[in-house]
Design a protein around this ligand. Structure first.
Ligand SMILES: [Zn+2]
Length: 221
């Protein structure tokens, strides 16, 4: 039997909404909207855009931002049960996120441990926030500007092992890893992008749907 391995996005997938957008709405001056639009129409790479967004916010806001998201971020229904289910059946679950360590880790704290959590890192050493990129694109990624390069991580962790790769996500930033997955669980923009690109996917709204999909795929002994 091939070994199942799961790659799951964070913002908009594990949490119901995008945490970077929530932070900008609350903590950034109005200029953030133009930067967001440039990211969306791909005038700016995600990497460059996220750097510019956080450069708008003073480093002194760190604790306020963490507290704000602890209070307001909603974890998608069924996530806790899904994590327990994968742990019980020994299925590696990796979180791959374009979000930042200072909020990804606190929001996941109650659910782990995970096989791995891959995200970007924020530095609060200067007057405004700067971003570090510990998971850059490999030579096979056409983008070069992913920030946290999900397909590169997936290639490193799974392709050498003949694994059955499950990808769970919600946005265009998950498309390149969806192309590499054996089974894709998608909602929102990722579902649309999968349709446009002819990638078969299972639609999900809660993590109960994801658990059901794993059961149907027969990967659980
Ligand atoms: Zn990349």
């Amino acid at each position: 039997m091939t070994r199942p391995i799961i790659f799951c996005d964070f913002d908009g997938t594990i949490t119901e909404t995008d945490n970077i957008i929530s932070l900008m709405k609350t903590f950034a001056p109005p200029e953030w909207e133009a930067i967001k639009d440039d990211i969306l129409d791909q005038t700016l790479s995600i990497k460059e855009g996220v750097s510019r967004l956080f450069s708008l916010i003073p480093s002194s806001k760190k604790e306020d931002m963490v507290q704000y998201l602890r209070d307001s971020a909603v974890i998608r229904e069924g996530f806790e049960e899904f994590v327990d289910y994968t742990a019980k059946h020994g299925i590696p679950l990796y979180i791959v996120s374009g979000g930042l360590d200072f909020f990804v880790h606190p929001l996941l704290e109650a659910y782990g441990p995970f096989h791995g959590v891959y995200c970007n890192e924020a530095s609060f050493n200067d007057s405004t926030i700067s971003i570090l990129w510990p998971h850059p694109c490999d030579e096979q990624c056409g983008s070069g500007g992913c920030g946290c390069c999900k397909p590169s991580i997936l290639r490193t962790l799974s392709l050498s092992e003949g694994s059955k790769v499950f990808v769970i996500g919600d946005s265009v930033t998950d498309l390149e890893m969806a192309k590499l997955g054996d089974t894709v669980m998608a909602r929102d923009f990722l579902a649309e992008k999968c349709m446009e690109n002819g990638i078969p996917f299972i639609h999900f709204e809660t993590f109960h749907d994801c658990k059901e999909a794993l059961e149907k795929e027969g990967v659980v002994r």
